[in-house]
Ligand binder design. Structure first.
Ligand code: PAF
Length: 280
């Protein structure tokens, strides 16, 4: 497995691999890899001849009061896991490689970028869209892999790729869960044993909504109330949002239809967690 730190070298690797007849897969990450990330790598390995994984804790997607400095960094374990998966390249640039001195160009997905997580974390999706655009331009992949857990991020990136005409296919992989149902996230490692237990309420709320939809309920206000009722037993978990939205626009819907995104975000102590469900 090759470790690459510069854009020039990454692009050269990608172009040579394509000339040799391979499809190129890119899995963008911020490291602290877990089974959710590895499911993206599996999908990429199954569908592409060559796979690169980027590990870059992107400073521009963190707000001034957020966890950039303490974001988990587990380089050795990440590389061991990626090597075991048969990844070809790890792209691990220093921040100055991505944000050159004097850098002043950003990608802003208007509207979408300030909904859901974008509303709670102003500027977050501007940072995400900017770094993903830079990674796609650097690696020139045929396919790029993202997790459904970050469903609003997916909507923002789909819009960006369509708007900029980037020649890449986005592949969205299902949420991977711990055995007890908690959606996998690098931030789960922040949770104390007690918070870890309380965090299960997100999954319970999502399950309750899924069961109501399966039972024929379609009214989004009723479904949001179903989700909220689960949180009533856990007053120490603060709801950030409970939303039923069109997955393409992130705008609220009154009636849940196939493809509607039902999403929750909540604070468990200092840790903000997400979960969601796409209506069948
Ligand atoms: O989902 C993430 O881990 C990050 O937002 C991403 C897509 C790697 C951009 O930094």
């Amino acid at each position: 497995m090759r470790i690459i730190q510069t854009i020039a070298e990454l692009r050269q690797w990608s172009r040579e691999a394509r000339r040799a007849g391979n499809l190129i897969g890119l899995v963008p990450t911020m490291g602290a890899l877990h089974a959710g990330h590895l499911s993206l790598v599996h999908a990429a390995k199954a569908q592409c001849g060559r796979v690169a994984v980027s590990i870059f804790v992107n400073p521009t997607q963190f707000g001034p009061t957020e966890d950039l400095a303490k974001y988990p960094r587990t380089w050795d374990a990440d590389c061991a896991a990626l090597e075991a998966e048969g990844v070809d390249v790890v792209f691990a640039p220093v921040p100055e490689e991505i944000y050159r001195p004097g850098s002043s160009t950003f990608v802003e997905v208007e509207g979408l970028g300030s909904r859901l997580d974008g509303q709670s974390r102003p500027g977050h999706f501007r940072g995400v869209a900017t770094v993903v655009a830079k990674l796609l331009i650097a690696a020139e992949p045929d396919r790029a892999y993202f997790g459904q857990k970050d469903a609003a991020q997916v909507a923002v990136l789909r819009r960006m790729v369509a708007d900029l005409g980037l020649p890449v296919e986005l592949k969205i992989c299902p949420i991977v869960r711990e055995p007890d149902g908690l959606a996998m996230s690098s931030r789960n490692r922040y949770l104390s044993a007690e918070e870890r237990q309380r965090a299960l309420v997100l999954r319970q709320a999502i399950d309750a909504v899924a069961a109501s939809i399966a039972g024929g309920e379609r009214d989004s206000e009723v479904l949001k109330a179903v989700a909220r009722a689960n949180f009533a037993d856990q007053p120490s978990v603060q709801i950030d949002y409970i939303a039923a939205v069109d997955w393409a626009t992130l705008l609220p819907v009154a009636i849940v239809a196939p493809g509607t995104l039902f999403a929750v975000a909540a604070w468990v102590g200092e840790t903000r967690l997400l979960d969601n469900f796409i209506a069948p």
